[in-house]
Write a new protein. Structure first.
Length: 119
């Protein structure tokens, strides 16, 4: 969506009368592609740098100890929610297993019916 602009540009060039120019809020497709590629390159560089830093930190005993303390604190703080979610997950997994057993029984019975009809 281009908007017609009659203002002056910072480049000193005046737009041709009636020429459609893009405003700051709208970018061309080329600019979007360049921004996407630049973002991907920056993200890749950050990830690669982070891997090295995290590998170094993970080998340091004080970091491991402090991570254990933080995990223990968060587990204690949210223990009720963890127990509720675990209970719900256990119920859902039991229901899922029962449904799969029923589906398997139906599939086997259909297969046996087809083989009986074929004979």
């Amino acid at each position: 969506m281009n908007h017609i602009s009659t203002g002056t540009h910072s480049t000193g060039m005046e737009p041709v009368k009636g020429q459609a120019t893009t405003t700051g809020a709208h970018s061309s497709k080329g600019e979007l592609v360049v921004k996407g590629v630049a973002t991907a390159v920056a993200a890749a560089a950050i990830i690669e740098t982070g891997k090295g830093v995290m590998t170094t930190l993970a080998k340091h005993p004080l970091v491991i100890f402090s991570m254990g303390i933080a995990a223990g604190f968060l587990t204690h703080k949210y223990r009720k929610e963890i127990i509720l979610i675990t209970g719900k997950t256990a119920e859902q997994s039991k229901d899922f297993v029962l449904k799969q057993k029923e589906n398997l029984k139906e599939l086997i019975s259909e297969n046996q019916e087809e083989t009986d009809l074929a004979k």
